[in-house]
Ligand binder design. Structure first.
Ligand SMILES: NC(=O)c1ccc[n+]([C@@H]2O[C@H](COP(=O)([O-])OP(=O)(O)OC[C@H]3O[C@@H](n4cnc5c(N)ncnc54)[C@H](OP(=O)(O)O)[C@@H]3O)[C@@H](O)[C@H]2O)c1
Length: 368
């Protein structure tokens, strides 16, 4: 029987394995990030992590770098796989290597693995300890856990606003509210997500590209919520649709001739039933999760943000506040919609992290 750690137990070796795991962020999805450390007599003798989707798993990498793993202990941030997927089962590699003790941060919620990996190791006489640094490991792979358990991607909502709480001027102009460093940070975020989602209001106002301009980075898929298929054929999105996979979420009743023209540009149309003229955002996110999208970045505008928050679809918010004031009662705010009546009903944001990025303040937090 695997020993389950009841109280929070931490290990410096698991901390190291977690540090390694995070290096795979944005490259391994839809797989989880995994790190692995092999230790003997208090010394790390080999380590590795899952670097990219389809590539060797963390255990395989660490074992390939270990000359003499026999009798050593292994620390893995997630239960080793026991089935043949894109790679052979890691349990077999661990058993064949002669590892005698395995510390695992969390079980894998994926049904093909969950509990089976540990069982197989134990049947081979390997002692397993499950739950070491479990909270850190669950936080690290929260997007993977959410998709596998709830069939939804992890949603980060991001906006840039002025000191007086506007995301655009009264004419709808928003380039640029935040400074260069903050914008660079957004490109790093895009480099790590599977899709960027925006509303058509944003595309009509800003004509954005929504690509990732990090050196050596890769573009997320683009997803535009456009019930009436208003996207201009001259837009940057359309002009780059052959190079950057783009979904246009349209109503089933949008004009067929227009849809044909848009489809010819390389855009993929997602036709959805509308409710009161609006796209079912939860349905859209479920669809993206089915396509194995693990991380989604919602970049506005104010009306899409309002619906996402009201429908409790957001896991994390990232806000840049620029030291600028634009004023104007008609200038758009980060969260539009009806709003609430009582402060007591306000959505609270937990676990705030506050920093300075260039000239802007950056706030990250998690809607309660
Ligand atoms: N500073 C920033 O970070 C930032 C980021 C993005 C955008 N912006 C600015 O924000 C402005 C655009 O924001 P916006 O609020 O006008 O447009 P938006 O949120 O980008 O898009 C709203 C559009 O989506 C439609 N829609 C479809 N399904 C919806 C749903 N479930 N919930 C809500 N809307 C849905 C709306 O339809 P209906 O019209 O029928 O409601 C509307 O046509 C621009 O000025 C842009 O520059 C700033």
């Amino acid at each position: 029987m695997a020993t389950r750690v009841k109280d929070q137990i931490t290990s410096q070796f698991m901390v190291r394995a977690l540090e390694l795991a995070i290096r795979g962020r944005g490259r391994v999805e839809p797989n989880p990030m995994v790190g692995c450390v092999i230790e003997r007599d208090g010394r790390i003798i080999a380590e590795g992590y899952h670097e990219k989707y389809g590539g060797p798993h963390a255990e395989e990498v660490a074992l390939s770098r270990c000359q003499d793993p026999g009798g050593a202990r292994m620390f893995i941030t997630l239960e080793p796989c026991s089935h043949t997927g894109k790679r052979p089962p890691c349990t077999k590699a661990v058993i064949d290597a002669g590892i005698t003790e395995v510390h695992i941060a969390t079980l894998d919620p994926f049904l093909m693995v969950s509990g089976r990996g540990v069982k197989e190791l134990e049947q081979a006489g390997i002692q397993c300890l499950v739950g070491v640094n479990a909270e850190d490991a669950k936080r690290l792979n929260a997007p993977y856990f959410k998709r596998v358990i709830r069939g939804m991607p992890y949603v980060t909502l991001k906006w840039a606003m002025t000191l007086d709480g506007k995301i655009a001027t009264r004419t709808g102009e928003s380039k640029w509210i935040s400074g260069e460093k903050a914008r660079e940070r957004v490109h790093v975020m895009r480099n790590r997500v599977d899709a960027v989602v925006v509303g058509i209001g944003t595309v009509l106002a800003d004509d954005p590209l929504l690509t990732c301009r990090v050196e050596g980075g890769r573009n997320p898929r683009r997803c535009i919520i456009d019930p009436l298929a208003q996207l201009s054929l001259d837009s940057h999105i359309v002009k780059t649709a052959k190079e950057v996979p783009t979904f246009l979420v349209v109503g089933k009743t949008a004009a067929a001739a227009r849809l044909d023209k848009l489809q010819e540009t390389g855009i993929t149309l997602l036709k959805m039933q509308l409710k009161d003229g609006h796209v079912d955002l939860e349905g859209l996110l479920r669809y993206l999760a089915q396509k194995e999208f693990t991380n989604v970045l919602v970049e506005g505008g104010g009306n899409i943000a309002a619906s996402m928050l009201t429908e409790k679809l957001v896991d994390k918010v990232v806000v840049f506040i620029a030291p600028k004031v634009v004023g104007g009662r008609d200038a758009i705010t980060p969260v539009e919609g009806e709003g609430i009546e009582k402060i007591a009903d306000a959505l609270e944001i937990d676990d705030l992290k506050i920093g300075i990025v260039g000239q802007d303040i950056m706030i990250e937090g998690f809607p309660r």
